[in-house]
Design a protein around this ligand. Sequence first.
Ligand SMILES: [Zn+2]
Length: 310
Amino acid sequence: MKSFVVSALVLCVLVTKAESASNAVAWCYHLPSCNFSTWSSIAAPFCNGTRQSPIDIVTANATFNANLTAFTFQNYNSTSALTKIENTGKTIKVGIASGVTVSGGGLSESYDSLQFHLHWGNGTAVPGSEHTVDGKQFPMELHIVNSKSSLNGNTTLAVGDPEGLAALGFLIEALPSNVTESPEAWKNLTSYLQNITQKGQSVTITDPISLDSLLDGVSLTNYYRYNGSLTTPACNEAVVWTVFNDTIKISEDLINRFSTIVRINGSSSPLMVNVFRGVQSPLPVQRSSSPARISCSLSLAALSLALWTS
Ligand SMILES: [Zn+2]
């Protein structure tokens, strides 16, 4: 009997340890006891660090950096690059097949695209992007997570490297309210949500959806850059952030699917809403060259010159 009690106790300790190792902190988005306002204390030391994400991007303060050139995207046009779509209980995550990479864009080396996931508020009425631009929050934000190719997918090494991860952030805006089920790629992607309404559920993506088709309409050379962190605990300061200036535009009905279909746990748990971290302390931001703005200032200069000489 005594040895049984001892073994049971040992087992309990082991189980507790295993749990804490796999999911260090019980953080959440929806309760005052574990939402993002608590992370700096419940998920110290990183979440209370000095290069935390997301941030508000103040466009007037972003400094131009000529090294922030075009990216090279490998297999972003592949229609078989997306593997499975999963409800993690905190977000909707989509796996990306091997061989999809991003380089250039001022990154120090090639990075493997591992997954993308989304952040949102509550439909189009309550915005839920993580980054804000000049104080404006957008309805949703897409994050493509990439890991240094030289680290061979070792995430422990990646989060310990100040540039181990490269995140591509895309702000998502609503199309005019008369437009529905658009664009096609997002209609197809969001059609899977009804099959993954509960935490832990996942399905294989069978539609031919490429990453390019999800990013349609975005100029990939016009972006902001800063060094920050993961936006969920443990908030490791290992992320080179790229936030694109242009938004992805999706119809309201598709945006609303996220906050009305998927749940944070079982079938009677709350709907997954307001899954974003609020902005953190400002950090220095650089910007890529912007053809649109340069040509605009040139034409303004030409106009002033014309007015002045006339
Ligand atoms: Zn994210």
